[in-house]
Design a protein around this ligand. Sequence first.
Ligand code: HEC
Length: 125
Amino acid sequence: MNNKLKYILGIVPILFSIQGCYYDIENELYPSDGTACDTTAVTYTATIQPILNQSCLSCHSAASAQGNVVLEGYNLLKVYVDDGSFLGAVSHGSGYSPMPKGGNKLSDCKISQIQTWIASGAPNN
Ligand code: HEC
């Protein structure tokens, strides 16, 4: 075996392993396995409630009604859906107090899901 051939046989596996690492990272950055934003199956129970639990109810539960706003339970939330302030607040619309107060704006995905739910009539599902 001449030296050139040895060199090629040695370098090929190295190139493959570098490529392998590259693809691993890409999969983490751009997941294609259902963790992308899903606005097709949005429901009050499975989508909206978890967002409220995670980002809003610490200030807007019945026990701690900051700004006199309670978002716990469908009927109370619906009041703020109907007057536009729920979407106005989470999308930082002008004329509304931006929510969650003092925290990071909700992700674009969550805001899209809220918009989808409201556009479909904000069902209690
Ligand atoms: C750290 C406490 C806190 C958190 C977290 C919070 N809010 Fe508020 N929210 C307030 C306070 C206080 C007010 C009263 C207005 C003001 O002071 O800005 C308010 C007001 C509101 C209003 C009325 C806004 C208006 O302009 O009429 C809505 C709707 C609202 N919040 C929705 C939410 C939603 C939805 C979330 C979660 C995404 C959330 N809030 C998270 C404290 C909070």
